[in-house]
Design a protein around this ligand. Structure first.
Ligand SMILES: Cc1ncc(COP(=O)(O)O)c(C=O)c1O
Length: 390
């Protein structure tokens, strides 16, 4: 089936966080929203059909996880990442951020250190802070046009109370798809320093040609033994509102301890829509995904050439994966705090500024390009007007 990603679907008045709640975040409704990490595309038809079947049944009672769901998810990991996982390794949570909060609560004590590789998806900071732990900031280094991990810095910063690292792989917002070699070096250091790894691999499926996602836990049994992998069909198939995620833990002790925390908070029920949608996505969504990636790649080249030709003052850090672009706007001739306001009130762009992600200086923005090309074109025209107005 051919999917038309150019189709503009009006998301206004659907309670969309991205479209209907801009005023809460930006202080105005009058922005073109390219912020929250969901997509302005409809999910694959088999997913919509699966959700419709649940809706039409009309009874939305408590729900369990069927064998067929496990099979579909296990098969997905095997087929795409050559990672063999087992049914009893699954723990279900209504979201990856929920899982990370609960993992910290399970495996760290107040005051313990948790490593973040900044700039990074900013709810990680809240996960650490919510649980009275300390962020150990291990900034990524920018080298030859891309971000890399700084393991020397990490090694120096780990103290006796540093318990874990939250690895973002692929990385939001800088779009790195970490190589097997980079991940292996990180893993060896974590082993030596006795760190647990929370591998947030929610963006694993959106990877562009030339890069390959490696499931961290698949690299070596020693890594798997201290890794908790957070996955979901939500980013890949645009199901974030259905709150269904798969946390994969092969180490029985870690899994049981985590499960105990969830049980204490009565986090155990599955969402009938989420389960049906994710299973359909894993079973029948791959063709849609292939077309999506080609479309996103088209968006990326369109944006890259527009920026190079018309706004050379802006630097687009090329993502290898994710549908998020990290823009370096430090040289457009507007300084902070005027720059952030100009993006919102002059360009009328709903894009997120980099400081909350832990950027070390102002002037960076994250732009979500999972939208029809016409929307992206409109956004780039707005940005260009702002840039040339200087
Ligand atoms: C790296 C990363 N982890 C987690 C999430 C959110 O996951 P969830 O909606 O399952 O809590 C996002 C959403 O943007 C993300 O980028």
């Amino acid at each position: 089936m051919h999917y038309d990603f150019d189709a503009v679907v009006d998301r206004h008045n659907t309670n969309s966080a991205k479209w209907d709640f801009c005023d809460k975040f930006f202080g105005t409704k009058d922005v073109l929203p390219l912020w929250v990490a969901d997509m302005d595309f409809r999910s694959p038809q088999p997913v919509i059909d699966a959700v419709r079947r649940v809706a039409e049944h009309g009874i939305f009672g408590y729900t369990g996880i069927p064998q067929s769901y496990y099979e579909a998810a296990i098969d997905w990991m095997k087929r795409r990442y050559d990672w063999e996982i087992q049914k009893d390794w699954f723990v279900f949570t209504p979201g990856v951020v929920t899982a990370i909060n609960m993992l910290i609560r399970t495996f760290a004590q107040p005051g313990d250190g948790i490593v973040l590789q900044t700039p990074v998806y900013y709810p990680f900071f809240s996960c650490v802070n919510n649980n009275d732990c300390r962020v150990i900031d291990n900034p990524l280094r920018f080298e030859n046009g891309q971000y890399v991990m700084d393991l020397d810095d990490l090694e120096k910063k780990i103290d006796e109370r540093t318990k874990m690292i939250i690895l973002c792989s692929p990385h939001n917002p800088v779009g790195r798809v970490w190589t097997r070699d980079e991940l292996t070096k990180l893993g060896v250091l974590c082993l030596r320093k006795n760190l647990l790894i929370i591998a947030d691999e929610i963006h694993e499926d959106i990877v562009y040609p030339g890069s390959n996602h490696t499931a961290f836990a698949s690299i070596a049994p020693e890594f798997a033994d201290r890794t908790i992998t957070c996955t979901s069909a939500s980013k890949t198939f645009n199901l974030a509102g259905l709150h269904t995620s798969n946390i994969i833990i092969s180490n029985q002790d870690l899994r049981e301890r985590f499960q105990k925390t969830l049980t204490r908070c009565a986090v155990h029920s599955a969402d009938p829509f989420g389960i049906a949608a994710a299973e359909a996505a894993f079973r029948y969504g791959e063709d849609w995904l292939r077309q999506l990636i080609a479309y996103l790649q088209g968006n990326l080249s369109f944006m890259t050439s527009r920026i190079e030709k018309r706004m050379p003052q802006v630097d687009l850090i090329q993502p290898q994966g994710t549908y998020l672009a990290w823009l370096d706007c430090r040289h457009i001739g507007i300084t902070q705090p005027e720059l952030k306001d100009s993006m919102i009130y002059k360009a009328k762009l709903g894009i997120e500024e980099g400081m909350p992600f832990g950027a070390k200086e102002p002037g960076y923005f994250r732009l979500n390009f999972a939208c029809p090309r016409a929307t992206l074109q409109e956004a780039l025209e707005r940005l260009e007007k702002l840039v040339i107005s200087r």
